[in-house]
Design a binder for this molecule. Structure first.
Ligand SMILES: [Zn+2]
Length: 274
């Protein structure tokens, strides 16, 4: 059965992604707050069938108790590490899950937290046939639910890991298929792109993206999902091989940067101070 993916806004700028089937069965990703999820389920006649968790921060897990209290037991997938007691299926790198008849693979992406994981659905291996000609049928493109690791035009802060870990995690995500639709957990895009433009001022794709994303926000539309292809062209944290980005950042930090990791580390520090 086809899956539709809908953002449920929470707090100031979180998105709780709802994956739902026509029969109402719904899996949510990172429910930091139960109330908007309950309201959405009720408005759509939907039933909670499972929960995916990317990491332990409260704005991704705070709704678990209240959601689990209102349903019969459902699978709650998430990282090992002991931070999140509501998880009943701990998963790790390479694990395969079936979510509403769709296959997902777990990738470990330490950096923002040490136990951060993401969920990747490789569209090509999906066997559900488009049965109704509905163009909203998202059965085929790959999907990535990446929590606070990769953002549109940016990346998560490094709270628990180190720059090398985060750089490696982002490179892992950047190597996913270009068409992968990227479902991040926050609407940070315009601020991220403003910072990106200061570090990568000659990037024409980035300038165009600022216009496109501002138009979406003016209409109060989400800027997500993004795609890996768009991030590769416009997200400076995935562009640490770019000579012009390197030259600008070297000027800003007043010293030479001799590797992609050094450029990434300097960029992340500049963004933290922005
Ligand atoms: Zn977080």
């Amino acid at each position: 059965m086809a899956l539709t993916i809908t953002p449920i806004p929470a707090f100031n700028d979180n998105y709780i992604w709802a994956l739902h089937q026509a029969d109402g069965q719904t899996v949510v990703v990172d429910p930091g707050d139960a109330e908007p999820v309950k309201a959405w389920l009720s408005a759509n006649g939907a039933t909670l069938a499972g929960i995916l968790i990317t990491h332990h921060h409260p704005d991704h897990t705070g709704g678990l108790d209240a959601l689990l209290a209102m349903t019969s037991p459902v699978p709650v997938y998430g990282p090992a590490g002991g931070h999140i007691r509501q998880i009943n299926h701990t998963v790790k790198e390479g694990d395969q899950l079936s979510i509403l008849d769709h296959d997902f693979e777990v990738l470990e992406t330490p950096g923002h937290t040490l136990d951060h994981i993401v969920y990747f659905h490789p569209g090509a291996s999906d066997t559900s046939a488009p049965d109704d000609g509905d163009t909203a049928d998202l059965g085929n493109p790959p999907w990535l639910f990446c929590g606070d690791t990769l953002f549109a035009g940016g990346c998560g802060r490094i709270f628990e890991g180190n720059p090398a870990m985060m750089y490696g995690s982002l490179q892992k995500l950047a190597s996913l298929p270009a068409a992968t639709q990227v479902y991040c957990a926050h609407e940070y895009t315009l601020a991220n792109l403003a910072f990106a433009a200061s570090a990568d001022p000659d990037n024409g794709d980035l300038k165009q993206r600022q216009v496109d994303e501002r138009n979406k926000r003016d209409k109060q539309h989400p800027t997500l999902p993004s795609t890996i292809c768009l991030e590769q062209r416009t997200n400076p944290f995935l562009r640490c091989h770019s000579p012009s980005l390197q030259a600008t950042v070297e000027q800003q930090v007043s010293h030479k940067l001799t590797s992609g990791l050094e450029l990434f580390t300097a960029l992340r520090r500049l963004k933290d101070q922005a």
